[in-house]
Design a protein around this ligand. Structure first.
Ligand code: ZN
Length: 136
């Protein structure tokens, strides 16, 4: 089995933001020359997350709205006493900072309406995205 490690950086511009990273992840998969296996996409951050779903402009607004409603940035979270970003930690913890996607014939196995997105939860910041491809 081969293991290929790749990473890229992305700058976010809002406090809560959704960024499509599908093309950059697929570029790493192509560069890996691995035809069949798994692709793990991780953000090594405690206040960001990775999701797989449709990247459509109104739905993107809905993701932001949902995150705001569930994780309530203005709520009196205890962590906000030392660092004003409890909502971002909680959302990252619950949504998850990593996703695994199968690789077949050198391509990610994903549906037409499944893009890979970085969720910025405490931006703007510069974020690292780690892509590890395992297989043959
Ligand atoms: Zn914090």
């Amino acid at each position: 089995m081969k293991v290929y490690y790749g990473e890229f950086n992305i700058s976010t511009s809002k406090r809560i933001e959704v960024l499509d990273i599908t093309n950059s992840v697929e570029e790493v998969v192509v560069n890996s020359n691995i035809m069949n296996g798994l692709c793990i996409v991780t953000v090594p951050h405690a206040t960001a997350a990775v999701i797989v779903n449709e990247y459509e402009s109104r739905l993107v607004e809905d993701y932001v709205q949902l995150i705001t409603q569930i994780f309530k940035p203005d709520f009196n979270w205890k962590h906000n006493i030392i660092d004003d970003n409890a909502h971002a930690h909680l959302a990252s913890a619950i949504i998850g900072s990593s996703r695994t996607i199968p690789v077949r014939n050198g391509r990610l196995v994903r549906g037409t309406w499944q893009n890979i997105m970085l969720l910025e939860l405490d931006g703007p910041r510069r974020r690292r995205v780690v892509v590890e491809v395992l297989g043959e």
